[in-house]
Design a protein around this ligand. Structure first.
Ligand SMILES: [Zn+2]
Length: 256
């Protein structure tokens, strides 16, 4: 598998960090994990083909994780050479969110002249295969506030004996869920957005504790809000975790 980081940033606009978005090449397929603002262009800038993507996995519906979904649908619906099949995955209530989005942007997206065919699956605790990739999901003890979908899901992708976990936004509430999902994983791509505890994101301290408890081989902290970037993130994580640490940056590629 290969992970490409498209967006290691947040809702704060930054030249070097786009909003949440990750590509995972696995088993001959290309999966997109979340698609915050700028993701579509980041895919192209990363040298990847937007039309090679047929599976998009959403952790939750905060805008900085879903913003580019309408834009991607628009591209696939109008610029595909042949009918583009898209499988969308998301948390509970994601179907209702998608319906509202389609109603707002594309009242005619389901008509035959559009070159797109969309399926959608809401996920809680599930285990299924997408080609050669096993996808394991876990509903996170995490409330997303006043978004259409108040729940969030984490994902574990396994292919050829290797696995990577991504949970989107996490906090102290979902710490145990992340540890369970990530137990023994090769890579943990994890929210490290908070400089102080008690916020809606994980601190470097919590990232270190989770990575150590889950015994992952490599932890990739990401989703850096401005305040946390001023901290010695690696040093803090190292107090708890002795494995490999790579801080996320846009366009970084990691072989798994
Ligand atoms: Zn977020």
């Amino acid at each position: 598998m290969q992970l490409t980081i498209l967006g290691s940033g947040t809702l704060y606009p930054r030249t070097a960090r786009s909003e949440s978005g990750y590509l995972l090449a696995a088993g001959g397929q290309v999966f997109l994990l979340d698609s915050g603002a700028g993701t579509k262009r980041q895919i192209v800038r990363a040298g990847q083909d937007v039309f090679a993507i047929h599976h998009v996995f959403y952790t939750h519906t905060h805008v900085d994780h879903v913003h580019d979904l309408p834009g991607l649908l628009w591209t696939w619906a109008h610029a595909s050479a042949t009918q583009h099949l898209v499988n969308l995955f998301g948390p509970p209530q994601f179907a209702g969110f998608y319906e509202q989005l389609v109603r707002a942007f594309y009242p005619n997206i389901s008509q035959k002249q559009n070159k797109i065919s969309v399926t959608l699956q809401e996920l809680r605790n599930a285990n299924f295969a997408v080609g050669a990739v096993t996808v394991t999901t876990r509903l996170l003890t995490e409330k997303m506030g006043s978004t259409f979908c108040s729940d969030a899901v984490g994902y574990r992708f396994t292919c050829n004996g290797k696995s990577i976990v991504y949970c989107g936004d996490s906090s102290e509430e979902s710490k145990d869920d992340v540890i369970t999902l990530a137990s023994g994983a090769d890579v943990l791509l994890i929210d490290c957005g908070a400089a102080k505890s008690g916020q809606d994101h994980l601190t470097p301290e919590l990232v270190g504790q989770i990575a150590a408890a889950a015994q992952v081989r490599l932890v990739i902290p990401t989703h850096f809000y401005p305040a946390v970037e001023k901290l010695p993130i690696k040093k803090i994580i190292r107090r708890y975790y002795s494995g490999k640490i790579v801080l996320a940056k846009d366009f970084l590629k990691i072989k798994i």
